[in-house]
Design a protein around this ligand. Structure first.
Ligand code: HEM
Length: 157
């Protein structure tokens, strides 16, 4: 009986060890191709959004696209390094408020819906962007302050 229990335990452990690992958020977003589609859909949404579009009037859109793809890839644990500017540098002087932030989140959700991203993965990506809220909305508090961990790998234009 004791031997049977041991065999059963070994079998159980072996079964556990072959259980597939959870996919990363990067994989759940569809990897590079999926993230590129999300960002392209977002650009399309911004193009039709009167609240957001004026902010992008002087923006180099191909750079914005490239840096946002890098950033979403990095925050979702993909094989990328974000090489854009810090969130404070980028959004300084824009005087953003919550209606701007909400408009961007709404467009990002629409972009992810359009790309077929599951709700769970959408929520997980939004949760990883939330920690950047303060730096985006209150850039002056971060400029000339001590560098933070999230400022690693940034270059200036
Ligand atoms: C958590 C929220 C946000 C994230 C993660 C984010 C991320 C980014 C990134 C990665 C860039 C490109 C950086 C670079 O070129 O080095 C960027 C640029 C930009 N973002 Fe955001 N952003 C956020 C919120 C917002 C909001 C709410 C607005 C409102 C309009 C906004 C407007 C812009 C504009 C206009 C640019 C281009 C700036 C330029 O022309 O140089 N962002 N953002």
């Amino acid at each position: 009986m004791r031997l049977l229990t041991i065999i059963a335990l070994i079998w159980l452990l072996a079964a556990c060890s072959t259980t597939p690992t959870q996919p990363t958020l990067y994989e759940r977003l569809g990897e590079q191709e999926g993230i590129t589609t999300i960002v392209d859909n977002l650009l399309y949404e911004i193009g039709g959004n009167d609240t957001l579009l004026p902010f992008f009037a002087a923006t180099n859109i191909s750079r914005f696209r490239e840096k946002l793809i890098e950033q979403l890839c990095q925050v979702s644990d993909g094989p990328c390094d974000y090489t854009g500017d810090s969130m404070a540098q980028v959004h300084a002087g824009m005087d953003l408020n919550d209606s701007h932030f909400n408009a961007l989140v709404t467009d990002l959700v629409a972009a992810m819906d359009e790309a077929g991203v599951a709700t769970g993965a959408q929520n997980d990506l939004l949760a990883r962007l939330v920690p950047m809220y303060d730096e985006v909305m209150n850039p002056d508090d971060y400029i000339n302050a001590e560098p933070t961990d999230t400022d690693a790998n940034r270059v200036t234009r």
